[in-house]
Ligand binder design. Structure first.
Ligand code: FE
Length: 400
């Protein structure tokens, strides 16, 4: 039986081996740079070598398994998922990383990413172990965009790219603001500062402030007026995934399934048996084809309501939404008690249920995610159960 203890090393301090065998100057003074070829996006993992505390910048949804493996390989504990801005070209894995690792999200306050635990202002500092990451508000690509300074490394998102810069023609972009951000905030950093961009399309990985200040073809030796004229004349095509990516990224990467069709077939999913609508889960349960498993906390079931007779195995637990260390044993016992029938995972809004279905699959069980969860996503007034979810769809539930 696979041990959950191994997997717990990503969030449980007590399980981690000390990583600091080498002098501090040798390890982890470089970020771990990861690349998504589909969107040409760089993701950065920064690890404090002494404590193993870590942060990740701009993770990509379909690279979740890669990133979890990188965190495990470092014996790291992920504290924060950080976004440089609300991306238009890919979807963040922040919500999923939070469910898998117990991390929290930190995002630029000006980006309007409401579910993030921390809304960053210019100059705010994120601590991880003995290390600090400082937010620098660098508007221009989007109004909320930030860069992040760690020691002599700066993570510039789509503000400053290698021999280029982010576009400024959508999402509250401004060439005027970008010029100020780059020339007055980034180019005033020490010239030897390493620049780690959010993207590169030509196989390059990093640069320095000094090099970009001297050679960046959009900015070096160019006046503000010239730069604005150049940016205005680019006429770039609309990003292919913007209509899907931006709304999802404003929810830390949760894709809204409200209004999902009532298809009788589960949707294909990566890493678990598939996604099912609340109605399909209910029908399968009624016909004995599967078991609805409530993986919310005891407190959620108590306060918000529950599905009568659905067995419960918490994925996380109050206080503090700590991971339930007995999840593996409890879900295996539950599966055995139901003759190995497919498990249909139900959580609040369909995020934790994905993480739990993946874990059950790793344990050799058949597990589906119930789309939308018990309450669905919040509407524009932050009210739940108005736009999808088990309750909204009129399926049986009760409150004590
Ligand atoms: Fe962008």
């Amino acid at each position: 039986m696979p041990s959950r203890q191994l997997r717990c090393s990503t969030y449980d301090h007590t399980e981690r081996r000390p990583a600091a065998r080498l002098p501090q100057t040798v390890i982890a003074m470089q970020p771990i740079q990861l690349f998504d070829p589909e969107s040409s996006t760089f993701t950065y993992l920064l690890v404090d070598p002494h404590s193993g505390d870590a942060v990740i910048i701009d993770p990509v949804d379909h690279q979740l398994e890669r990133d979890l493996a990188a965190i495990r390989d470092q014996n790291a504990r992920l504290l924060w998922t950080i976004e440089t801005h609300a991306h238009a070209d890919h979807i963040t894995s922040a919500a999923q990383l939070i469910e898998h690792t117990g991390a929290q999200a930190a995002t630029p306050a000006g980006c309007g990413i409401q579910p993030a635990a921390r809304q960053l202002q210019d100059g705010d500092v994120i601590n991880f172990g003995d290390e600090t990451l400082t937010a620098i508000h660098t508007p221009g690509h989007t109004a909320g965009s930030m860069s992040f300074l760690w020691r002599d490394h700066v993570f510039t998102g789509d503000t400053l790219l290698i021999d280029g810069c982010g576009r400024t023609d959508f999402q509250s972009g401004s060439a005027d603001a970008l010029y100020t951000s780059i020339t007055e905030r980034l180019f005033t950093l020490p010239p030897e500062t390493t620049v780690w961009p959010g993207h590169d399309y030509k196989g390059r990985t990093k640069s320095t402030i000094g090099h970009e200040r001297a050679h960046n073809s959009r900015l070096a030796h160019r006046s503000r007026a010239d730069f604005i004229a150049l940016m205005d004349a680019l006429h770039l095509p609309k990003p292919r995934r913007i209509d899907e990516a931006v709304p999802a990224n404003l929810q830390l990467g949760v894709q809204h399934h409200a209004g999902a069709d009532d298809s009788d077939a589960p949707r294909v999913a990566a890493g678990y048996a598939g996604d099912v609508t609340p109605e399909l889960a209910w029908r399968w349960w009624q016909s004995g084809k599967g078991v609805v498993v409530d993986i919310r906390t005891n407190a959620e079931r108590e306060w918000v309501g529950f599905v009568p007779d659905a067995p419960a195995v918490a994925w996380k637990q109050w206080p503090g939404m700590a991971m339930n260390p007995d999840f593996d044993a409890q879900i295996q016992a539950l599966s055995a008690a139901h003759g190995g029938k497919p498990l249909l995972m139900l959580c609040r809004s369909g995020v934790r249920s994905i993480a739990s279905a993946k874990r059950a699959t790793e344990l050799g069980l058949t597990a589906y995610n119930i789309l939308e969860g018990f309450e669905g996503d919040p509407d524009s007034a932050a009210h739940r159960s108005t736009r999808g979810g088990w309750r909204h769809r009129g399926l049986p539930w009760r409150q004590n």
